[in-house]
Design a protein around this ligand. Structure first.
Ligand code: TYD
Length: 143
């Protein structure tokens, strides 16, 4: 995964502690309010991403902060703050990306073995979603 600084607002890389115990596996650790800059209220994961045409995300959140990881395999994450866009491949379980408020995010190009892990700072709330890109653009304050 590229270490290039992200240009969009409310994002950044998250690097986890990792212990390589080869040949007995790798251990990755994420601590709330340390590696992720919020207290975690919700965890969800996504698997069975074998459809090469699969698209996930395609929305933004008004207030939610999330941290997203490819804990197995890889996918492409595209972030759009309404002014700038970044696109990067997540393929390292130890490096995640922060997705803060008002970031339109889309996940594509999943490897067949991809498993996505997401940590979020709030419980699920459909009212926090912006699912219409035109509406999103109309809400964005240029930065
Ligand atoms: P959504 O966040 O749109 O999925 P993705 O961004 O991965 O494409 O969620 C899909 C549906 O799943 C949503 O309409 C409601 C349900 N859902 C919950 O009930 N709780 C949750 O925490 C999440 C993430 C989704």
């Amino acid at each position: 995964m590229s270490d290039r600084v992200l240009t969009v607002q409310n994002s950044g890389h998250i690097r986890l502690h990792r212990y390589g115990d080869s040949p007995d596996g790798n251990l990755f650790i994420v601590e709330a309010e340390r590696q992720v800059p919020f207290s975690v209220r919700r965890v969800y994961f996504i698997n069975s991403l074998g459809n090469p045409q699969a698209i996930r995300g395609n929305h933004a959140h008004r207030e939610l902060w999330q941290a997203i990881f490819a804990i197995n395999g890889s996918f492409v994450l595209t972030l759009d703050d309404g002014v700038r866009k970044d696109s990067l491949t997540l393929d390292d379980p130890g490096v995640g990306i922060l997705i803060g408020p008002m970031l339109w995010h889309t996940m594509t190009k999943f490897s067949a073995n991809c498993v996505i892990l997401v940590l979020a700072d709030h419980w699920y709330d459909e009212g926090d979603y912006i699912r219409d890109h035109e509406q999103f653009l109309s809400m964005v304050t240029p930065v």
